[in-house]
Design a protein around this ligand. Structure first.
Ligand code: TTP
Ligand code: MG
Ligand code: MG
Length: 359
């Protein structure tokens, strides 16, 4: 049997703002764009929610419902930083962590339970650690599957801890509104209600064929979930080990300028990917294939990680020039980077030499 946690920060953006600015604590806070600029509420503190303020609501409406609410603009870099820290706290417990967004993740803690841990205690310990180390509160749902853990984490917010013990999945789901079920959006919900189906338990009781006729495969899937059957795994995204790009020529070439030109172009593509993934690497690799299909790579590790296309192109170009001798002609050229360090969030910020995270 599996033991899955779903952890989600309470009022994430708003709580971070209250953490960083003590004057906002205990007050209704909304994070988002201004009412004048037709902004919407990204996150509302629980104090603001008492007045009916919700995420995705126009800021204008929020101000009408709660005129004393304090509006703050979003600071994504800060939220991302907190997110990285909470994920690393999760990974101290288990490597099986699947982030869903900045503020939430699934954790498969089955192995921790096998070693004698109790799911509820594991979750309580995690909440404590997050509170002590980050000063923020996560709500956690504990269940034998992802879909139920996710519903459970939302049950008792803020500061929630809801355990759905093994065997009680179906009775837990039974009274909940269909909208709580995974994959039931507003349109499906409307159609279900038209058929007199309002509770998850109503779906569980339906005949499979009846659901298939009306909702196709989605109907069958809904019924399985409503019965508490969900074996979808916690998926750990593989860490990027290297980023590269290569190209094969229409006709082989030995022309140094043409080759350098291609190396520059490939470097730009790689640099773009590095930026997107917020990576910078210290090992630059050049891949070459000769007309006779002999393929080899040359690489060098630099004292400082590269990220820009220029730096990359220069290093790869040096590797290339060392290979341009005799009458060699090339079919393929590739440029790659590995040996990553975490890059600065802000590409405009001047980079500093980092002494941590080598290798
Ligand atoms: P949520 O976890 O959905 O919301 P929350 O953390 O603010 O509140 P709670 O979990 O206690 O109900 O989303 C996490 C963050 O994502 C949220 O703080 C801001 C952002 N977000 C938006 O920008 N727009 C939205 O419509 C939603 C729902 C969230
Ligand atoms: Mg949240
Ligand atoms: Mg969330």
């Amino acid at each position: 049997m599996r033991h899955i946690l779903h952890a989600d920060f309470d009022a994430f953006y708003a709580s971070v703002e209250q953490l960083d600015n003590p004057r906002l604590r205990g007050k209704p806070v909304v994070v988002g764009g201004s009412a004048e600029g037709r902004g919407v509420v990204a996150s509302a503190s629980y104090e603001a929610r008492e007045h009916g303020v919700r995420s995705a609501m126009p800021m204008r409406t929020a101000q009408r419902l709660c005129p004393q609410a304090i509006r703050v603009g979003a600071r994504f870099d800060r939220y991302r930083e907190i997110s990285q820290r909470v994920m690393s706290i999760f990974r101290d417990l288990t490597p099986l962590v699947e982030p869903l967004s900045l503020d939430e993740a699934y954790l498969d803690v089955s192995a921790v339970v096998d070693e004698g841990g109790k799911p509820a205690e594991i979750a309580a310990g995690l909440k404590r650690r997050v509170r002590e180390e980050l000063g923020l509160v996560v709500s956690i749902g504990v269940a034998t599957s992802k879909s139920i853990a996710k519903i459970a984490s939302d049950m008792d917010k803020p500061d929630g801890l809801t355990v759905v013990s093994p065997g009680s999945e179906r009775s837990f789901l039974e009274p909940l509104p269909i909208r709580d079920l995974w994959g039931v959006g507003p349109r499906t919900a409307e159609r279900l209600v038209a058929e007199g189906i309002e509770k998850i338990g109503d779906i569980a009781r339906q005949d499979e064929e009846w659901l298939r006729e009306r909702f196709g495969r989605q109907g069958v899937q809904m019924r399985r979930l409503a019965l508490g059957e969900d074996d979808s795994p916690v998926v750990v995204l593989r860490e990027t080990k290297s980023v590269s790009a290569e190209t094969t020529f229409a006709s082989d070439t030995g022309d140094p300028e043409a080759l350098q030109e291609v190396v520059s172009r490939l470097s730009q593509r790689v640099a773009q990917q590095l930026r997107r993934k917020q990576l910078q690497g210290r090992t630059v690799k050049l891949k070459l294939r000769l007309s006779d299909f002999t393929t080899f790579t040359r690489q060098r590790t630099l004292p400082i990680a590269v990220q820009s296309a220029d730096e990359l192109s220069r290093s790869a170009g040096e590797l290339l020039r060392a290979e341009l001798y005799g009458r060699r002609r090339f079919r393929l050229v590739g440029v790659g980077v590995s040996g990553f360090e975490q890059s600065n969030e802000d590409p405009e910020e001047p980079r500093q030499l980092r002494f941590s995270g080598f290798g």
